[in-house]
Design a protein. Structure first.
Length: 515
């Protein structure tokens, strides 16, 4: 099984283990390649096959075809994090999974430099597998840098989150420029080169990661991860088998009424639900069982959060383009620049938000992860109120101010900072050690499902109008966040004090832990 309970490395920089900065840089370059490629993907698919501008020949697809593939692609990269996490837990550990993921990503982005259509599909497939191996496991490794109860863990995740967004900010600023001047495949190639940098950085920094993410052979049968055994036991567990049968039937109904893609997705999710039920059954103590349940409940917040938040790339993007007055001192701000606001705000506010929560916690005030996540949903929800104001202004005067968008993205970002890095950290505190990466995979899969929900919601704006969608999201998210705060006490009870004794780890404690 993967050894996630590790002693922190002694060497520190700015109060954090040096390994954090190695993972920060690796993830920064990985996210650069991911978001850089993602930024040009739809544009490349819909560009003309005649190659009548400097960007070269596109695929000539309709925007409906391109958006359909885009929706599946952005969901699959995160859904595949589940098998990515399982492979790490069972076979190779997180450290090797990240290494193989990074190599596959270099190949994937490399193949996309070629202009043939087979290269396009192969490249996308490799990127999906590469992200699936790298993304959940690098996040679990960050958690492995800290001991249980180390108050620096949440802040560590916030710093790591800055790396993610630095990568995405640089990508959105640079890749568009490269494509405009040197063509589509130079843009894909740049993503590949940058991923090679990430790989070199990861390999070079191994000495700071010596104690984290290693795979150790289980010494007794209880510690062994065996998915086969769990599925085998499903056949002897009537209750779980019955629920699985219902889910599988629902998948086939989905297959019949929707299409085979959805059918396969539902089948996969039914298989994962069965696995999670069996893991729950097998957990040794009630404490582990309760923590497992609370983790799964928190994933509901994750799906709702990303389902609303991800309007950024779709509906809000279109709104910016068509209904917003973007003139600033005689210059029209390009629509794409609004996509950089989120990453920019994260870089500015990440440590501030983390420090505010840490201070609150040290003062003994409510600052549990669940509270932060619920607050995050509410704050993000209020961002949509500004979009409602924008629509009202548009309806009155034919265009709306950019200020509404800036405020919406600001609130979305503060909400994201209360939820996303916090959820990553929370998983590493609560997940059973031998399933740590799998649970991280389930988290990313939840956010992938959120992405899909966002797409469906965005599409329905053409039927219901933006006012209904934005105000609906505002009301729904505030209510859901409020409900989670209302049931905070019983939920926290289920964590059995996992976050109660977080404190500054003293040098003596580290020594005790090392002996
Ligand atoms: N922006 C974050 C990242 O790229 C969010 C990912 C997610 O959870 N969907 O890591």
């Amino acid at each position: 099984m993967a050894d996630t309970v590790v002693k922190p490395h002694q060497k520190e920089l700015f109060g954090q283990p040096i390994g954090l900065y190695i993972l920060f840089l690796t993830e920064m370059w990985e996210r650069f390649s991911y978001y850089g490629m993602r930024a040009i993907l739809v544009l490349y698919m819909t560009a003309s096959t005649l190659g009548d501008d400097t960007r070269g020949v596109g695929l000539g697809w309709t925007s409906k075809e391109a958006l359909a593939l885009y929706g599946w692609y952005t969901m699959l990269v995160y859904i595949i994090a589940i098998p990515g996490g399982m492979i790490a837990d069972k076979l190779i550990g997180q450290k090797k999974a990240v290494l193989y993921g990074a190599i596959i990503l270099c190949l994937g982005h490399g193949v996309l430099v070629l202009t043939d259509i087979w290269a396009f599909y192969t490249g996308l497939g490799l990127v999906i597998v590469g992200v699936g191996l790298l993304k959940p496991n690098i996040s679990t490794m960050v958690g492995g840098l800290y001991q249980q109860g180390d108050i620096r863990r949440d802040k560590g995740f916030s710093i790591f989150y800055i790396g993610i967004n630095l990568g995405s900010l640089l990508a959105t600023l640079i890749v568009g420029f490269v494509v405009a001047n040197y063509g589509w495949h130079a843009g894909f190639g740049l993503a590949g080169v940058v991923m090679v940098l990430g790989l070199i950085n990861y390999i070079g920094g191994q000495k700071y990661l010596a104690q984290v993410g290693n795979h150790t052979e289980a010494t007794n049968a209880d510690d062994e991860v065996s998915y086969g055994k769990l599925y085998g036991k499903l056949l002897q567990s009537p209750k779980q088998l019955f629920i699985t049968a219902i889910l599988v039937t629902a998948s086939f109904v989905g297959w019949y009424f929707m299409d085979w893609g959805y059918g396969l997705l539902f089948l996969f999710l039914a298989a994962i639900a069965a696995l999670l039920m069996m893991i729950y059954r097998e957990l040794e103590t009630q404490v582990f069982k309760d923590r497992f349940i609370v983790l799964l409940l928190s994933f509901i917040m994750v799906i709702i959060f990303w389902g609303a938040f991800e309007q950024a790339g779709g509906l809000m993007n279109i709104y910016t383009d068509t209904k917003t007055d973007r003139m600033l001192f005689g210059w029209q701000v390009p629509t794409i620049m609004f996509q950089s606001l989120n990453a920019g705000f994260i870089i500015i506010f990440a440590t501030l938000v983390a420090s505010l929560w840490a201070k609150r916690k040290l003062k003994g005030k409510e600052a549990s992860s669940l509270f932060k996540m619920a607050t995050g949903i509410i704050i993000m929800g209020f961002g949509f109120l500004f979009m409602v104001f924008a629509v009202m202004e548009f309806e009155k005067s034919g265009s709306s101010s950019m200020l509404w968008l800036v405020l919406a993205y600001l609130f979305h970002t503060i909400g994201e900072l209360c939820l996303s890095p916090v959820a990553l950290s929370f998983i590493t505190k609560l997940a059973p050690a031998k399933y740590a990466s799998l649970m991280m995979g389930v988290y990313f899969a939840s956010s992938g499902l959120g992405n899909k929900v966002a797409g469906i919601l965005g599409e329905s704006a053409s039927d219901f109008g933006e006012f209904a969608i934005f105000s609906g999201i505002f009301i729904f998210t505030v209510i859901i966040g409020g409900l989670f705060i209302l049931i905070l006490k019983p939920l926290k009870r289920l964590t059995h004090g996992a976050e109660d004794n977080e404190h500054v780890i003293e040098a003596e404690e580290i020594e005790i832990a090392e002996n």
